[in-house]
Design a protein around this ligand. Structure first.
Ligand SMILES: Cc1cc2nc3c(=O)[nH]c(=O)nc-3n(C[C@H](O)[C@H](O)[C@H](O)COP(=O)(O)OP(=O)(O)OC[C@H]3O[C@@H](n4cnc5c(N)ncnc54)[C@H](O)[C@@H]3O)c2cc1C
Length: 385
């Protein structure tokens, strides 16, 4: 029978980062199990690739303060590129309340050691990007080390790094049961046979509640469709632009290739596994795009190139990390609520620490435990895009 020290269920960017961090820390007998025939078919391959430290809560800021420098040094450390582009995130406030919110976030970010973030006046934003309609922009915040990565490359880099250190990947293999004995986890059944192990990490993304249920755990993670619209080549707005967020309605965009990638969180979405792209979204998003960036009225878009994927939402928009209560050896790395790519490096380190040593210095892991929901310790993140 196959045995492993740690089995990781799901080989998206989170599972691959955990495998990399475990093997880098000396735990060689790691097995990743992925039901698809190729990596990246879950949310990772659909992501916008944004990475930012501009969050509201200390725990999210701390996770970014590990992850973004990690991405900056990714190629040097792993020998594979992740295409980190530090073009920044620019939040544009259109009311004094939003500006006060950005100011409070800025204070928290600086207190935790973020050096590259600054507050801007409306006039400064207008000068930086004359193509924005700025008549209602009262100010904003900008962080130059925020930016983008290529999620697929980062995932493959983590997986290759893990494999170089001894990890094994089973593709086209579905985990169908989790076996328990008096001590806790004893193994799992897969479509490729049984594996004996004392440690299982649930990294099944939007499907993680189903995997947790196999171990008798109820996980408050729900899938939510998220659509992105890429434009055709377009040169009337600068390609060195950051991710720009219109806080009046949540519309945001960034340069992508020779065009732009447009995103907006449609409040009409309801939770579910639907990943069909809805053509009606094009008009909704282009209306908001042209309202903030007048030249986007001419933005050429081909609906056939647009796509949809799934966010994995928790009630407080923070991930659920660490030991599952009551099942010895069952670990959770789920519910990233749209931040799983940017927080994959920190998650890999935190889970590797918790599995190998039972503790981590990177964050206070109890803040993100599953128990917080039962104990009413929710920590709401409001800077969610
Ligand atoms: C449109 C869109 C835009 C996004 N933009 C950003 C962004 O800008 N920045 C950011 O940080 N995040 C973003 N995200 C979120 C990010 O993509 C996710 O948080 C992240 O990819 C989650 O990674 P994961 O490895 O947990 O999940 P996934 O990549 O979904 O991987 C989970 C894997 O588990 C496998 N699996 C499930 N069940 C089983 C089973 N029973 N047995 C075996 N395998 C199984 C699945 O096949 C899948 O490959 C975006 C997401 C979407 C959809």
């Amino acid at each position: 029978m196959q045995t492993a020290d740690v089995v990781i269920v799901g080989a998206g960017i989170v599972g691959c980062s955990i495998a990399y961090h475990l093997t880098a820390a000396g735990c060689r007998n790691v097995l990743l199990i992925e039901r698809e025939s190729a990596l990246g078919k879950g949310s990772t391959g659909k992501s916008m690739g944004g990475v930012r430290a501009q969050f509201a809560t200390p725990v999210n800021i701390r996770m970014s303060l590990y992850s973004i420098p990690f991405y900056a040094g990714f190629e040097q450390r792993l020998g594979y590129p992740c295409d980190y582009r530090p073009q920044g995130y620019l939040f544009c406030a259109t009311s004094d309340k939003q500006m006060a919110y950005l100011r409070a976030n800025y204070a928290a970010q600086v207190l935790l050691g973020l050096k590259e973030v600054r507050l801007l006046s409306g006039a400064e934003i207008s000068t930086m990007f004359p193509g924005l309609r700025a008549d209602d922009i009262v100010g904003g915040s900008f962080c130059s080390t925020d930016g983008f990565v290529d999620p697929y490359s980062a995932m493959i880099g983590f997986m290759t790094g893990a494999a170089d250190h001894g990890a094994t990947l089973w593709k086209s293999t579905r985990v169908i049961a989790i076996v328990r004995d008096q001590s806790g986890i004893a193994g799992l059944d897969t479509t490729r046979g049984t594996v004996a192990t004392r440690n299982v990490v649930n990294c099944a993304g939007a499907w993680s509640a189903d995997v947790a249920a196999l171990a008798g755990i109820q996980l408050p993670v729900e899938p939510l469709r998220r659509m992105l619209v890429p434009s055709e080549p377009f040169s009337e707005f600068p390609h060195a632009a950051p991710m720009i967020i219109d806080m009046s309605n949540g519309f945001h965009f960034r340069p992508e290739g020779r065009g732009f990638l447009l995103a907006w969180n449609d409040p009409e979405e309801v939770s579910g596994f639907n990943t069909d792209f809805d053509d009606r979204f094009i008009e909704k998003i282009l209306t908001r795009a042209a309202d903030r960036v007048p030249c986007f009225a001419n933005l050429p878009v081909n609906p056939k190139r647009a796509w949809a994927g799934l966010y994995e939402m928790t009630p407080d928009h923070h991930p659920i990390l660490g030991k599952a209560p009551g099942v010895q050896g069952f670990f959770l790395a789920n519910g990233f609520s749209g931040h799983g790519v940017m927080h994959a490096p920190a998650t890999g380190k935190i889970l590797s620490d918790l599995i190998l040593t039972g503790k981590t210095d990177l964050i206070d892991a109890s803040l993100l435990s599953l128990a917080r929901f039962e104990e009413g310790r929710l920590i709401h993140e409001t800077a969610v895009l």
